[in-house]
Design a protein around this ligand. Structure first.
Ligand code: NAD
Length: 260
């Protein structure tokens, strides 16, 4: 068995991250999962991804909003299984509130998790990619990395920042066999937005299905949710040699949201 490339997907115990981890496992990468959910959800994700991979699946329970915890975890990980050459910065959270009522704690938490975590993982793992002469850094931003919506100040600021970070890292690695890109999904059917769908359904006094339809009608012209499988396939493409000149981009996968 040849030595596989190691792929770390942050926030991969559910939703988009799990979809990406599944796809990378099937494409032959050795997977490192990360997340902070219940023991049961972590176990389910691990069993699921392990069933798609011949290599042992690792798990980091690191809170990605904590810089010192990230540093400690990544040092331990690379000492144990070698350099991570595919890094998918996906862990993220949302808070919806007008800016005058936006809790300061929520602002700090969202910036730390949705933006600063990618700075820390990149600065810590890039040297190993340089040594290996291969690297793919993929930041899961959002349509909200390209355009704004009201009441999402921290999320929109963090995701725009993540797109900026992506461009900077792409320039700093442009002459190396390393690329850095952002993927900007529109509404994707995951636990992160099911809460928003339920809230909308309750507010309108309609079914959850109708709440989802209303959410799509507002922003996403295709009127279909993006799937984690579609995003996993795109990540796998970005890891191929065919994508070696694709760097510094922010790729919308949003059913036309940001074309409007
Ligand atoms: P999700 O809630 O289903 O999953 C979030 C994952 O992040 C889970 O594995 C969770 O354990 C992990 N996580 C949460 N807090 C963490 C922390 N402090 N440290 C480490 N891990 C943590 O969400 P999702 O919808 O799959 O979102 C994944 C990413 O995609 C996020 O960055 C989100 O902003 C982005 N995104 C989602 C959508 C959407 O419509 N769902 C659209 C655009 C972008």
């Amino acid at each position: 068995m040849t030595t596989p490339r190691v792929a770390l997907v942050t926030g991969s115990t559910s939703g988009i991250g799990l979809g990406i981890a599944r796809a990378l496992a099937e494409a032959g990468y050795r997977i490192v999962l990360n997340g902070v959910g219940s023991a049961e959800s972590i176990d389910d994700a691990r069993t699921d991804v392990q069933s798609r991979s011949p290599y042992p699946v690792e798990f980091l329970g690191t809170d990605m909003s904590q810089p010192s915890a990230i540093e400690q975890a990544l040092q331990g990980l690379t000492a144990e299984i070698g350099p991570v050459t595919v890094l998918v910065n996906n862990a993220g959270a949302q808070h919806v509130s007008p800016i005058t009522e936006f809790p300061v704690e929520a602002w700090d938490r969202l910036i730390a998790l949705n933006l600063s975590a990618a700075f820390h993982t990149t600065r810590l793992l890039l040297p190993g990619m340089v040594t290996e002469q291969f690297g793919r850094i993929i930041n899961i931003a959002s349509a909200h990395g390209l355009v704004a919506s009201k009441d999402k100040s921290a999320y929109v600021a963090a995701k725009h920042g993540l797109v900026g970070l992506t461009k900077t890292v792409a320039l700093e690695t442009a002459q190396l066999p390393i690329t850095c890109n952002a993927i900007c999904p529109g509404w994707t059917d995951t636990p992160l937005i099911s809460a928003q769908i339920r809230a909308r359904a309750d507010a309108l006094g309609v079914s959850v299905a109708e709440g989802g339809r209303q959410l799509l009608m507002e922003k996403q012209p295709s009127l279909e949710f993006v799937t984690p499988e579609q995003l996993g396939a795109l990540v796998c493409f970005l890891c191929t040699d065919a994508a070696s000149q694709l760097t510094g981009t922010a790729i919308p996968v949003d059913g036309g949201w940001t074309a409007q």
